[in-house]
Design a protein around this ligand. Sequence first.
Ligand code: NI
Length: 190
Amino acid sequence: MTKDDIITLPNQHLRERSKKVGFITPEIAQLIDDMKVATLDWEASREHEVGVALAAVQVDKLLRIVVIRNDFDNKQDKTFTVFINPTITKYEGALEDDYEGCLSVPDIYGKVPRYSKVRVKAQDERGHEFRISAEGFLARVLQHEIDHTNGIVFVDHIKDNKNAFYHLKDDGHLEELDYEKSIRTNSILW
Ligand code: NI
C-alpha cells in the first residue's frame, strides 16, 4: 500500500463502525504491514507533519485495528505498536484541548477536548491481550484512533465550536479558519 490507499473525507466509510477482528490470519498480518507502510509513505510526502497513527478504516478496511508510532518525536524511528480490537476501559483526569490532525482530513487541524489519561485494553499481533495506561499525547492519540474504529472523526467532536478549526499553511504554521466561511457548511467535512 501507499499513501494513495488512505481514504479521506467525504468518504462515508470513515463514519462507519469497524468490525471486530477474530483470528489473526495472514491477511490480517499483511493488512497491518500495509497500514504501517501507507503511514510512512504519507509522512514522506508531508514536510511539516508526522504520521503518528492509522486505523484500518483509513485504508478502507472496516476492521478494528490501529497502529501507533512508538516515538512521535523522532521520524527516524519507524516502529509501531499494534492494537487489535482496542477499547478504552477507563477515562481519567480532565478534558484538555489540544491540536489534532488526521491523515483522512488533509490540511485541517482542530483543537479537540480529550481526557488526559486513559486505560486501554487490546490484543497484540499474536492475539494476546494487553492493557496500557496512557497520558498526554499518547492518551489523545488512542482516543482519536479508537474513535476511528467507531466511525467518529475528530472534527465531529468540535462541529459546533467556532474557534476550534485551523488550517496548516505551507510554512508549517497553523492559522485559525473562519468558521462561517470555511467550516460550517463545508461539504467535505460534513
Ligand atoms: Ni485520524
